[in-house]
Design a protein around this ligand. Sequence first.
Ligand SMILES: [Zn+2]
Length: 114
Amino acid sequence: MSERERLYRFLEGRDPMQLDEDGNYYIRHVEAMTGEGLYDKSDIAAELGWRDREIDRAEQREAELVQSLKAAKCPQCDGSGAVQVGPDDICQCQWCHERDAILAKYKCDGTASG
Ligand SMILES: [Zn+2]
């Protein structure tokens, strides 16, 4: 086993072939680095650092959006998720249902703080 193979085994999930099968994530960077003339560690580290900062900022924005969604008051019901549409008729609140679906997608429940 080559040094490179040991490295990729160690860094599970970073196999270039798999990254390209999942959406050309590897070759896209190789081509971009070539096009931008990134050949030494310092240039590549600066690019990776910039990307890490952008990812951190995007994650922060996502967390803020989730908090805003959790705090938003339902315009359709009292927040219980039920809407009285007649004397004996209660329906599921569409707004609450869709909010809960979004929070579930981001693995948050409507009541958790984080
Ligand atoms: Zn509602």
